[in-house]
Design a protein around this ligand. Structure first.
Ligand code: ADP
Length: 445
């Protein structure tokens, strides 16, 4: 699939389109002319020779058109070339009609086909179509007059049909022109709207980024003072005062996390967030996260386990960002699981990467919402559940996973639980010493 912005994809120009159709059309015409030459050879009462030059000229014209439509220099002037080719072809067919023996009704059908096909094939608008159609009618009338067939009823009838076809083709070209103008106007309007929306999105991102930066400093100051108070820097505290300060610290920390998430999101959107990839040992990371889970799950009816298959003990990632993603998945699992279990595991994948899986037995996510949860500010559960969060953790996690060369996906069944899989490139293990213990599941906690 072409991932470029549709406005950047070069569309086929009018000249290219005409050159392509001219090439194809002239081949079709050559085949028709060849067929009619065979018929003429077989049945023409006056013999084939008087009209042989017309066939010769026809094929020569096909050859020239093929050359002109391929040659870069003539292609630049393809519209006059096409106009000229159509008029010349028509002149050849008119000569043929004028030279036909009197017992053959005037064969003007090819001229009608040429005039109509030109209008259908070449999007050159009303002006050029009028020139082509007018020239075809005049050439036809002229050749019939020169051949002395002006009083011939068949000739007049044929000429009237050609005139009709010419008028219809011009009306068609006019209608197509009008529609094209309408589409052009609508496209220009849509482009302008698109530009304004993009500008608004950039302004919104800048606003979000600057507000987040402004908020971060005072929140950090609050956290700093609370720490000083809790450290007794301003004198001893009553238990009730400590309790209040702990609450302030917890809420300020939540606010600080949210602000950091917003800053991350705006940096990722602006392409300014850099990740520093290195080899990350999974065991210390899992041990660290298990400690956090112990605190988060205390008093909950939920069991936490984690396991690492030794063959995938190291991954290639940014250590801080990897921890941020897995922590976010675990915190979500805690928020949305009332009872049962939460597991964190690392498994090797056949393509050499590692899958870090966070699975829970919580409320699950409806299949219709499983894409939406990776978009910023999307929360899919009923607000009455009163689960805290702003709906940006997963969108940041999924973008960070991509920045680290991996991916984040979800499988979930409402009522049964969810399974988030973070795929990350592995760091190849050094070859095992002879006699070393075989791979086994190592328990981290
Ligand atoms: P937050 O958790 O802050 O709302 P996230 O981006 O991390 O934001 O998650 C978006 C939404 O995805 C959540 O609001 C929730 O509806 C859904 N979700 C995420 N993880 C889980 C999970 N483990 N179980 C059920 N729903 C989940």
């Amino acid at each position: 699939m072409d991932s470029r912005n549709p406005e950047e994809i070069p569309a086929e120009t009018c000249e290219e389109l005409i050159a392509r159709r001219l090439r194809l059309g002239s081949l079709v015409l050559a085949a028709t002319v060849a067929l009619s030459a065979v018929l003429d050879l077989a049945i023409r009462p006056g013999g084939f020779l008087p009209v042989a030059w017309i066939y010769g000229a026809d094929f020569a014209l096909v050859f020239l058109v093929q050359l002109a439509s391929r040659h870069p220099q003539t292609r630049a002037h393809i519209i006059p070339v096409a106009v000229l080719a159509v008029i010349l072809w028509n002149a050849l067919f008119c000569s043929y009609a004028a030279l036909s023996p009197r017992e053959i009704p005037v064969p003007i059908a090819p001229s009608i086909v040429i005039v109509t096909a030109a209008a259908l094939l070449f999007p050159w608008g009303l002006r050029l179509q009028s020139i082509v159609a007018g020239a075809c009618v005049l050439t036809c009338a002229g050749t019939l007059v020169l051949a002395g067939r002006y009083a011939d009823l068949d000739a007049l009838h044929a000429l009237a049909s050609l005139l009709g076809a010419a008028v219809v083709s011009c009306v068609g070209a006019y209608l197509v022109d009008r529609r094209a103008h309408l589409v052009d106007r609508q496209t220009a309007g849509l482009r302008e709207r698109n530009r304004l929306m993009r500008e608004a999105a950039v302004r919104k991102d800048e606003f979000l980024a600057s507000v987040s930066h402004e908020l971060r400093t005072p929140v950090n100051v609050v956290l700093g003072y609370v720490d000083l108070l809790l450290d007794h820097s301003f004198g001893p505290l009553e238990p009730a005062q400590r309790d209040v300060l702990h609450r302030i610290a917890r809420n300020a920390a939540n606010l600080s996390n949210l602000i950091n998430d917003l800053i991350d999101l705006s940096r990722i959107d602006a392409g300014r967030l850099k990740v520093e990839i290195g080899a990350v040992e999974l065991q210390p990371l899992f041990a660290d996260l298990s400690g956090v889970m112990e605190v988060l799950l205390s008093g909950h009816d939920v069991k936490f386990t984690s396991k690492i298959v030794p063959r995938c003990a190291r991954v290639s990632a940014d250590p801080e960002r990897l921890k941020q993603i897995v922590s976010n998945l675990l915190v979500n699992a805690v928020k949305f699981t009332e009872r049962g279990s939460i597991t964190l595991s690392a498994e090797p994948r056949p393509d050499g990467s590692v899958a870090l899986v966070v699975a829970d037995t919580g409320i699950g996510i409806p299949s219709t919402a499983q894409r939406a949860i990776f978009e910023p500010f999307r929360r899919v559960h009923d607000p009455s559940l009163r689960v805290p969060g702003a709906g940006i953790g997963l969108s940041i996690s999924s973008r960070l996973a991509h920045l680290m060369g991996g991916s984040l996906t979800v499988e979930s069944e409402p009522g049964l639980g969810s399974r988030f899989t973070l795929v990350i490139p592995a760091v190849p293990e050094p070859p095992r010493a002879p006699g070393a213990a075989p791979d086994a599941l190592r328990k981290v906690s």
